[in-house]
Design a protein around this ligand. Structure first.
Ligand SMILES: [Zn+2]
Length: 466
């Protein structure tokens, strides 16, 4: 599913200075250095050593308590201008997110939230994400109406006053909206939530959530009487994900949780059939008038249901046979489970939301430019060749390097790494690593080697101090 496209060049400068640590983050985003580019590697290594000296690893317990600060924002505007507004602060019991690499990014994303000390010198926590709001900005509707979208961002609860900055980017990596606000942990108006959901349970538990990646499966469109089906569907979805590398060989780094949130009615809303149902998460097809695009815009409600439950990544299981789903990087995955093609879709969408992977498919008649020719996309599995060394250049054979773009000849379509033109919805100017991948077609049996490496790095980023 599409997770993002952005045409708006409007620039709004965010003048927050994150100092040398921020520079390090930018560098750390691109950790792939080809062996043959030794000069660059040498200079980069010096820079890295310099930054590491200045940026000691952030100690979790020094700066944060074992609770979650949920930051609710409204992302508002139209194609001409966008703003970020603070809605509410909420504290809930337990912190189930990342406890390593607190001040480092792996992927830039389409937006970032950054927690700094009040002097703005040190980054204490950072993560990146994508939003439906930014995708909506690419549609014609955004030229004639201003809309607002809910977004809930989770950070560990600070022990001392901190500044929180949220910023959104366009596809040129330019800041289009930015908000910085102070959070005082003793603020009496931080709402307390986190009454533990009575009925959540582990489906697969490999260890303490402090050391594992916690993925919560949330029921959507299941009535109270259908929760037995929901638990079975959780098993099927988890097996499907864990049958794919690198999830398969790194499965012991995950915990999976089932949250049986009941719906008043069974099934999922399908607007193009005139079918509207009362469901727990208010999801629906036809997002942005694309029939198979299933999402929920009620993000705060989703997090209300999950408050106090061990969750770091969210997977919404939709009780329907209608084909479709959606995956938004570091926001949530949603997929139907009862369609004959649901299993590959479940894995594909999780590739977006967990791995930050781009779609590798394209349309021959796509006129819009989703990935501008002057900018290297942040997604690890596509390139515009602006800075290919940041991507999978080191995985190419010398002969493959001599023939870019690679000719798609229909042989070894899942495994032979090259630079094949056509990716990210556009047939020209964007390139993918293999001819066919899980991020391109449902028939592909696996993620391609480049996507596998990207997911492996993401799992390690969540679980190993680097
Ligand atoms: Zn791939």
């Amino acid at each position: 599913m599409r997770e993002y496209r952005q045409l708006n060049p409007t620039r709004q400068v965010c003048d927050k200075n994150f100092g040398i640590c921020r520079l390090f983050l930018t560098f750390a985003t691109y950790s792939s250095i080809p062996k043959y580019d030794m000069r660059r590697y040498f200079v980069s290594s010096l820079f890295l050593a310099f930054c590491v000296t200045l940026c000691a690893t952030v100690d979790f317990d020094t700066h944060f308590s074992d609770n979650t600060l949920r930051l609710d924002y409204s992302f508002c505007g139209d194609r001409a201008s966008q703003q970020v507004f603070l809605d509410e602060l909420i504290v809930s019991e337990g912190w189930y997110g990342r406890r390593v690499n607190l001040d480092r990014l792996l992927l830039d994303g389409n937006g970032q939230v950054i927690v700094t000390d009040t002097l703005g010198h040190d980054t204490l926590y950072i993560y990146s994400f994508s939003t439906l709001f930014q995708e909506w900005l690419t549609y014609e509707e955004s030229t004639r109406v201003r809309r607002s979208f809910e977004n809930s961002l989770l950070v560990p609860f600070p022990r001392h006053a901190v500044d929180v900055t949220v910023r959104l980017f366009d596809t040129h990596h330019r800041v289009t909206a930015c908000l910085t606000h102070r959070v005082n942990p003793s603020d009496i108006l931080i709402r307390h939530a986190g009454e533990r959901h009575e009925r959540w349970r582990y489906v697969l538990r490999n260890g303490d959530s402090k050391e594992k990646i916690d993925v919560a499966f949330v029921a959507e469109g299941y009535t109270e009487r259908e929760m037995g089906t929901f638990y079975k569907d959780c098993d099927v979805a988890i097996k499907s994900i864990l049958s794919h590398e690198p999830f398969k060989s790194m499965s012991d780094r995950f915990n999976f949780i089932a949250v049986p949130s009941p719906s008043a009615q069974s099934g999922i809303t399908v607007p193009h059939d005139g079918k509207w149902l009362d469901t727990a998460l208010k999801s629906h097809y036809d997002t942005f008038y694309t029939d198979r695009y299933l999402t929920t815009l009620k993000v705060k409600n989703l997090h209300n249901i999950l408050a106090g439950i061990p969750y770091e990544h969210i997977f919404i299981l939709a009780n329907t046979e209608t084909y479709g789903g959606g995956g938004i990087y570091n926001s949530y995955t949603i997929s139907s489970v009862h369609n004959s093609r649901s299993l590959p879709v479940i894995v594909h969408e999780f590739g977006h939301a967990f791995g930050g992977l781009a779609d590798e498919y394209f349309y021959d008649d796509m006129d819009e430019c989703w990935y501008p020719a002057d900018t290297e996309p942040w997604e690890p599995n596509i390139t515009t060749l602006v800075d290919f060394s940041l991507k999978w250049r080191d995985m190419l054979s010398p002969s493959a390097l001599q023939s870019i773009p690679t000719k798609a000849d229909g042989k070894e379509v899942y495994t032979r790494i090259g630079v094949y033109e056509g990716a990210g919805y556009q047939s020209k100017g964007a390139y993918r690593p293999v001819q066919e991948c899980r991020m391109k077609i449902n028939e592909a049996p696996a993620f391609c080697p480049v996507c596998q490496r990207a997911i492996r790095r993401m799992i390690e980023y969540h679980t190993d101090e680097q």
